[in-house]
Design a protein around this ligand. Structure first.
Ligand SMILES: Cc1cc2nc3c(=O)[nH]c(=O)nc-3n(C[C@H](O)[C@H](O)[C@H](O)COP(=O)(O)O)c2cc1C
Length: 176
């Protein structure tokens, strides 16, 4: 089967990140249908500055944009920091506003945090304004640490059910 290419971005750069664990769990669950590449340079991006948002783009920015363009869809898994979106993730997205890589791109957004409501809502607003296709493919997972095992299996049946439902829509959207 021709697997679709998904670029996964973890909003946490922590080594033992729960969000990275959710990405790994999804990579394993959907290995037959999706080829999930993890974006590795979130910390390497320069701070967004509109003065530098010109051609040629900084090398790390050009690389992010290229990886986004090459992907059939994007999976974002992020924590909430201080009632908001982690700065590193927002920084990466800001670099794509003028270049429009998210425009009409199928995006699956998971906010996996202790609570996460504010970050989820805020990121949904950002993704919508840059025209990402995310309205039906987003999920907030509160108490996220308690719902995944150390060997990256999603252990909470309700969460797994919701993930499967939005993943079904995500895969369907990518296939269109
Ligand atoms: C600096 C900092 C601020 C945080 N603020 C919030 C918050 O406002 N709301 C929340 O739900 N969780 C908050 N958390 C908890 C994280 O969402 C939680 O630890 C999450 O699992 C971190 O994701 P990670 O494991 O992928 O790194 C915060 C964590 C840190 C380190």
């Amino acid at each position: 089967m021709n697997r679709k290419k998904i670029l996964a971005i973890s909003g946490s750069t922590r080594i033992n990140s729960i969000n990275s664990a959710y990405i790994k769990a999804l990579s394993e669950l959907y290995a037959d249908r999706l080829e999930i590449f993890v974006y590795k340079d979130l910390s390497g991006l320069p701070h967004f500055n509109p003065d530098h948002d010109i051609e040629p783009a900084p090398e790390a920015v050009a690389d992010l944009r290229k990886q986004l363009r090459a992907a059939d869809g994007v999976l974002i898994c992020t924590p909430e920091y201080a009632m908001g979106v982690p700065g590193t993730l927002k920084n990466a997205i800001d670099w794509t506003v003028s270049s429009c890589e998210f425009s009409h791109k199928p995006v699956m957004l998971i906010t996996a945090a202790s609570m996460g409501e504010k970050a989820h809502e805020s990121l949904l607003g950002t993704l919508k304004i840059i025209e990402a296709n995310v309205a039906e493919t987003n999920l907030l997972i509160p108490y996220a640490k308690t719902k995944i095992s150390t060997d990256t299996k999603i252990t909470d049946a309700e969460t797994l059910g919701k993930i499967k439902e939005i993943m079904r829509i995500f895969i369907e959207t990518i296939g269109k």
